[in-house]
Design a binder for this molecule. Structure first.
Ligand code: ASP
Length: 344
């Protein structure tokens, strides 16, 4: 190759790196959470933004209390933080989850322990109040990794977890969105084109708002978890990336803990969470480069919309999104909190 060609390749690679939408690496973080791809900038009022930020802060402080004051494990902190977000109707996880096209709330969640790659997950549950607890119970009380629908619900009940009527998850706001979507489908039946029931750009009021957490405890162990109602107007029975270990969630003490959000079919096909870990393991890049490579370098060109949060073995945090939002926050051992809703 001619020297001038090398010059232009070098120039392109220096200018092409998309810095937009990335945080980090930010040192000394013990816990981080995300609230998914929320509303685009300008959609929420300032009061609505403040309400979202307040819950993210509560989740962070709750998790930090577990880690620092109660000397709990990374797993305990991830579970505690996610439960706060599942119980709040502003997020698409637990109460307030989006509806399937036939009007149900089908919930997915997973959790992973970085010490030994133990993992647990549930998918398509409709009666378990806190799916993240069920995911953890699958990990700790069965020989399996993933339980689905009825089997997962019966297991959760037998494990003593709180069971609710499916109507518990319903909120008027999400129901209105479903009705609006149904009306739209009658005039523009686009979702038939896509077996996931999702057509990019066809979702009125996108409301992905899946939740997730990553934590590092005082012994240096990592954990990650993710919980979601999935994508709005999904076909019933559809399972996204959130309960799939390696796609939506991953943790390994030797590399990092990752929780993802976005268009799940892409995250499954690109194995996003484990690829981020593999970037650190095999390419020895830092955590920010790892998330950027996968979210912006691999997903963006194929229009796989989404983002992630990641925490590495030294407690360095990074986040990336190729969308126009990623609700996220992190907290340090000393209790310093930062929350952001949009890319910078
Ligand atoms: N990844 C989730 C899914 O595809 C949705 C989301 O993150 O908002 O089910």
């Amino acid at each position: 190759m001619s020297p001038s060609r090398w010059f232009w390749i070098l120039m392109l690679s220096l200018t092409a790196s998309p810095a937009v939408g990335n945080d980090g690496p930010i040192p000394n973080v013990v816990l981080a959470v995300h609230g998914g791809l929320g509303e685009s900038p300008g959609v929420l009022t300032k009061d609505e933004e403040r309400a979202v930020i307040a819950v993210i802060e509560t989740a962070l402080r709750t998790g930090r209390q577990v880690l620092v004051e109660k000397q709990g494990s990374a797993l305990d902190a991830v579970e505690a933080a996610i439960r706060v977000l599942e119980d709040d109707p502003q997020f698409n996880a637990g109460k307030g989850a989006v509806f399937t096209s036939d009007g149900r709330n089908e919930l997915d969640a997973s959790i992973m322990d970085g010490r030994d790659r133990k993992a647990g997950a549930v998918a398509g549950v409709t009666t378990v109040k806190n799916p993240i607890r069920a995911a953890r119970a699958v990990m700790e009380k069965t020989r399996h990794v993933l339980l689905v629908s009825k089997g997962a619900e019966e297991f959760a009940q037998a494990a003593g977890l709180e069971i609710v009527d499916p109507s518990y998850f319903r909120t008027e706001r999400r129901w209105k969105e479903l009705e609006e979507r149904r009306r739209k489908e009658q005039t523009q039946p686009q979702s038939r084109l896509d077996p996931s029931g999702f057509v990019p750009g066809a979702d009125p009021g996108r409301h992905w708002s899946t939740v997730g957490a990553v934590a590092r405890d005082r012994e240096g162990h990592l954990a990650a978890g993710t919980s979601t109602g999935g994508m709005s107007y999904k076909r019933y029975g559809r399972v996204g990336d959130s309960p799939i270990i390696g796609a939506g969630t991953f943790a390994d003490d030797r590399t990092c803990a990752v929780s993802c959000t976005g268009h799940g079919e892409f995250f499954i096909r690109w194995q996003v969470a484990s690829d981020i870990s593999a970037q650190i393991e095999y390419r020895q890049v830092d955590v920010r480069q790892a998330v950027d490579t996968v979210i912006n370098g691999k997903l963006k060109p194929v229009k796989g919309e989404g983002g992630c949060i990641a925490l590495d073995r030294e407690g360095r945090f990074a986040a990336a999104t190729n969308s126009d939002s990623l609700w996220r926050g992190w907290i340090t051992a000393e209790g310093k909190v930062v929350v952001k809703l949009y890319p910078e």
